[in-house]
Design a binder for this molecule. Sequence first.
Ligand code: ATP
Ligand code: MG
Length: 325
Amino acid sequence: MANSQAKVVSSILERHGYELGRYLGKGAYAIVWEAYFKKWKTNVAVKVLLKEKAETEFLTKFLPREIQVWKSLKHSNLISFYQSIETTNRVYIMLELAPGGEVMDRIRMRGPCDERLAGKWFEQLCQGMAYIHSRGVVHRDLKLENLLLDENENIKISDFGFCKVSATETGSVRSIQLSETYCGSYAYVPPEVLQGTPYNPFLSDVWSMGVILFTMVTGKLPFDDSNLRRLLKQMLRGPIFTNRHRAISPECKELILKILSHVTSRCSVPDLFSHHWMLSFLTERPAEILSGMDALYLPPSKLRQQRPSIVSWGMGRNKGRESAD
Ligand code: ATP
Ligand code: MG
């Protein structure tokens, strides 16, 4: 960022009680900085979005949704949202700082994790996702770049730019809103999303969790996303474990295969908490959160057989960020 821009950012932050610190990174629409919040005597992350660089739909729809939903979520395995400030040219989002950086960078630098570390991280991812799903929210952009680490190497789920409330309850009727449009990264989305059929976004988050676990233990993504036709073929066939993966336990491989499977046989988040590989890393079964959650993970064919009021359909199709959904 040019010096003059840093000066503007610094003076706005100063006005709200923050001291601008080091540069942390850059995303599609934002630059992220560390800052010191004097009132709390703590360092935070500040995401600075330059409005003129963002598309109108992002500013009027996705960003307000991200802020509104993220604000309402509080869990130890999620990056906490603190505050947002809007000025004529920019939006500032103050977030919990993840000093350990991205899990993706860790794997790039150090290679695959041993199963103890993968188990700890995957269990924390499951705890965070169980909480998010229990609130009726889907993330829809789970990937190793969006899993950050705190100072004790605990997982913090971040980036709620594609999130959405997809399950609501009116009296005793729970309505699940299927999605129909593509969002997320090709390497992490399930086959039903690539195929463009209406999909259950809760089950699609689970698939992304499987891609994350595979990559943690092997150091490589399970499917090649350089050609979409080949990608779909590989996904439908399922991940392949070769001789190089012989050190990975059969229990861990079995769990990955159960997650990266067809939508009608894919695990639910409550299923993940009962799997024997997970049980060896489980710190706590969040029984209260998990109760009644099974209904969120029905495949579209089963949802359609239920009362008509239980499903409402997302509409429209757009590549990249969704427009209607
Ligand atoms: P996109 O917005 O396109 O998904 P992105 O995820 O890379 O891109 P950001 O989420 O804006 O973009 O993050 C930009 C950089 O800042 C990344 O390298 C990310 O690791 C870092 N970052 C984001 N949030 C935090 C945080 N709370 N603590 C520490 N670093 C962060
Ligand atoms: Mg990100």
